[in-house]
Design a protein around this ligand. Sequence first.
Ligand code: FE2
Length: 256
Amino acid sequence: MLQEAIARDERARSWQDYVVPQNWNAFTGEDHAVWDLLFMRQLKLLGSRVISAFFDGMDLLKLSHPGVPDVEGLNMMLEPRTGWRTVAVPGLVPDHIFFAMLSERVFPVGNFIRTRDQLDYLEAPDCFHDMFGHIPMLAHHDYAEMTRHIGELGVAAIAADQGHKAARLYWHSVEFGLAKERGETKILGAGLASSFGESHFSLESEKVERLPFSVERAVNTPYKHDAFQPRYLVSETVAQTIDEVLALTPEELLAL
Ligand SMILES: [Fe+2]
């Protein structure tokens, strides 16, 4: 009974209830140093392994300044461009809240950063994953619109008790998708772009499957959230993922 009451209470909350102040002034010198270390290390590691739009967005958002970015400063650059803004949250938010945020062009970023002894292992996404991984692509107009659309699909799928379908679509595109650019396979997903170990693994391991992306395959392909993926979906172009996802209606998603 108590569990049901908690679940009911949880569903009654709106996404705004999960937003907290980022409290940027509370980040310590060590926190900023960890951000700088992660940032420099990851850019060097990625080389040209990520699609070019990612690097365009990185420049636009001026993430390359030293230290943890502040949410308000990010929003001043992001919002005029694509209508997206970031809000701080204390950790992972439930799926229905996450999709509701996306549907309103709001991206949640953790109000914390990992410590130096946790550089490569994270129990929950921190602000490095959320900002370094996601924000550059949210400066890309069509990609940002695709992400908003996945939010809408997610809200509809959860209302129909089929949230896993939207979660898989999100996972195999926004988080762990690969895409070809001028014939070469590159990283598209934020989970890969921000990962020290999995970025190279996804492109180079001979022990994983790389299958052509389609929304149908994405929706029907389970994923792992606590280990490297056993399979990745590869789009012919970034535009293929964007166009296919944008063309998908909630009714079509539920029928897949
Ligand atoms: Fe993410």
